[in-house]
Design a protein. Sequence first.
Lengths: 171, 387
Amino acid sequence: MNNKKIDFKGIALKSSDIKEKKVLTTSWKPNLQYAWDNGVAISRYFKELKNGKIIAKKCNKCGRIMIPPRMFCELCFRPTDEWVYVKDTGVINTFSISYVHWDASRIKEGEKPFIPAVIEIDGASEGMGILHVLGEVDPEDVKSGMRVKAVWKLPEERIGAITDIKYFKPE
Amino acid sequence: MGMRRVAIVGAGMTKFVRRAQETGKELAFEAAKMALDSCELTLKDVDCVSLGTAPDAFDGVHMKGEYLSDGAGGWRKPVMRPYVGGGTGVFNAIHGWFHVASGLFDVCLVVAEEKMSSCYPHPAGAFLTIFDHTTEQPLKPNLIWIFALEMRRYMETYGISHKDIALVSVKNKKNAMDNPCAQIPEEITVEDVLNSEVLADPVHRLDISPTTDGAAALVLVSEHLAKKITDKPVWLDGVGWNVDTAYWATRDLSYPKYVEKAARMAYDMAGIKEPSKEIQVAEPYDPFDYKELHHMEGLQLCGKGEAPRLIAEGVTARDGNLPTCPSGGLLGVGNPIAASGAMKICEIFWQLRGEAGKRQVPGKPKVGLAQAWGDLMQVGTVVVMRV
């Protein structure tokens, strides 16, 4: 068998084929909704965020202070031990400057780009990072290794969610 | 180990296109039929089917494995659907290997399919739900974010420039010009990549593979049948897979340790001691250009941070010492998620048999490797193939 002799199958469609109804399609717009339980560890994590604090959980076997907190240590495979408050400051491990929304649509004219980052939180074990976004900073000024601090929503606006921290800004 | 040796004796694939008129089931049929025809077997000869297809969310068809099974030759047969996101294409062949190596079956039809175009305005939207639903999804992440974060970590750890990385996109899209199934074969320059639209810095438009509809299939058989069916069996001599933590922000993003573990498992099984010398042609997973380099390092094809030098020196060109992605890769042929890894195995199958036409790498290679990668940037799947 040689690739040259093969008539590979697969009919490529153009957008115009669909718009001009040269081929028929069927559409459906599902209206599905979900309400996720936050679980044991993240419920406490979020309750503390509502109070303006970040909490982690420690495994006394490997000694790791883990964030996000978890009820079991995935390395030692045993229940974790005490809750440990960590700081609301940290270091940028890596970051991006994003011009796309979650659905791949582009940001609008005048809309600021998102700056997602992995932030290693002070007080947690080395390398323990969380995903969040940066604010109050020009994209061109962001650098890996930069120290940042959480900017919290007002207490009455907090609902117990990761977004109770509006963003992190340079310390 | 008590396992039987397993051979690939047939391969097939469809063209990879942005939007196919065919349904997923029809695409699966075309690839499966081509694979069976290529080794002159019929569905009657098939003992079992391994069917790989990625998120149901793309199709909006729940339990799409069952929906696709008729097109994959699954009628009244033992059918299994493995799924590890983008790693599925190679993982699925590993499942086919289990079926035959275990002695349970002699002939396994391995079919991988993806139809991403049904999900609109863009299938990227379906990826939102792979992020943790409580701690990450409320931040509205785009899938590209995690690639951008990983790419920057990789670049900064080893002092790699975007220019170094863009060479991969240039090479693979050019290789794809010789592939009759390719979706975006193109002759482009490093400057074209650097000047293309910034999506999530450092990731630009031309750093990324497209979304694709397509299917690919393989026929796996036991050793005693292989020699009756063909005088050119390609042996599946090593398989490996590994998964890292889903707490991805706590991992060392500069190096894919889980790919190393998957590769070492496959190399040990295949008796490969020095992969950088013994692997003669490779299809590392390249959904983004930096991923080909990142994966070459995880696969032990070079040291950490050294992959950019290999591509710059032409080592990974089609006529180099270690050609990578001679098919054109995902960057050039297209990226129908679960079918992408299967396409890579098809390519190594054709390369080792000397049947790759204009894409044929010189030197009659005897040992090749295909790799896929996926889940939440945490799974590596690897096969080592030999003639």
